[in-house]
Design a protein around this ligand. Structure first.
Ligand SMILES: [Zn+2]
Ligand SMILES: [Zn+2]
Length: 307
């Protein structure tokens, strides 16, 4: 699905990683020991990039609480008018596609077909986000054409998961909204079957908002609205507890981020492990999940986790 190719937009964590590197460099110049550590780390990063093993940040120079707090004012977390315009366009194309389906259903007095197709779209969207998330988590790096920034962003997300909860709404969704608009606009000009219109609109809508569902899965309950908590607890949106498993060792499961309904079946069937074997034997490329993060890797917590 074309919309998926830009599902996950570049993250401010890329900027954060640069800041972490800058902090490491500053620390390194302070003492000879720190210099040696930073040099070793830099060399190690170059090596792992060459060998296509995990590019995880190290804790050789952990971010201080102050540095983490400063990132909250990072302009890359804020929405721009361009972001808002793309989100408005995405919502409009989705609403228009859904309205076409509803209009046809009203004329024919047949609601079963669009209702069934829309439900199918909701389930397919969850599966699609899982496959795409697995792919960018495990293959390529920041230099990969088209997907490089998304791959780098998700590696950063694994290091600083909480930053997604501090991004403004349109900032979080604008890349998905752009992909949705570009994909749906041509379809809106075609006379499609009402079932297909319902499927496409719901599937695209769930994919476009999946980053918001993902952000809610990282947000403390105290900062969520009650309706979101109800939907998460009912399993209609990916829950905090289930998505948390994705951020724990062995870092190779729970990839779906709409409802997460596919996660149990896919992980039990070792679906992604099977795909990884196919990729390895066909192309000789190892996924990151086969190389567990080193003992020096540690997820940085939210400096304001009490809120
Ligand atoms: Zn991930
Ligand atoms: Zn996450």
């Amino acid at each position: 699905m074309a919309a998926l190719t830009q599902q996950f937009q570049p993250s401010p964590t890329h900027t954060l990683r640069k800041r972490a590197a800058a902090t490491a460099t500053a620390t390194a110049t302070a003492t000879a020991t720190a210099t040696a550590t930073a040099t070793t780390t830099t060399t190690h990063r170059r090596c792992v990039a060459t060998l296509h093993v995990p590019q995880v940040p190290t804790s050789a120079a952990p971010l201080s609480s102050n540095v983490l707090r400063q990132t909250l004012d990072d302009p890359s977390l804020k929405s721009t008018w361009s972001h808002r315009a793309w989100v408005a366009c995405g919502c409009t194309t989705i609403a228009f596609t859904l309205a076409k389906s509803m209009a046809m259903a009203a004329v024919s007095s047949s609601w079963l077909e669009p209702a069934g197709a829309g439900t199918l779209g909701y389930f397919v969207a969850d599966l699609a986000t899982g496959i795409y998330h697995w792919a960018i988590d495990n293959y390529g790096d920041a230099s990969t054409p088209v997907f490089g920034s998304q791959i780098d962003a998700f590696q950063g997300h694994h290091k600083w998961p909480w930053t997604i909860t501090r991004r403004q709404f349109a900032n979080n969704l604008h890349a998905l909204a752009r992909a949705t608009t570009i994909t749906l606009l041509p379809l809106d000009l075609l006379p499609l079957d009402m079932g297909l219109e319902a499927f496409v609109s719901v599937c695209a809508g769930c994919i476009m908002f999946s980053q918001q569902f993902h952000a809610w899965a990282h947000t403390p309950k105290s900062r969520l609205s009650s309706i979101v908590i109800v939907l998460q607890d009912a399993g209609l949106l990916v829950s905090r507890s289930k998505h948390a498993a994705h951020h724990r060792t062995p870092y190779n499961n729970n990839y779906c981020i709409v409802s997460g309904v596919w996660n149990g079946a896919l992980d039990e069937a070792r679906f992604f492990e099977a795909l990884e074997m196919v990729v390895f034997f066909r192309f000789g490329v190892r996924p990151r999940s086969w190389n567990e993060p080193g003992s020096d890797w540690k997820e940085e917590g939210d400096p304001d986790s009490s809120s």
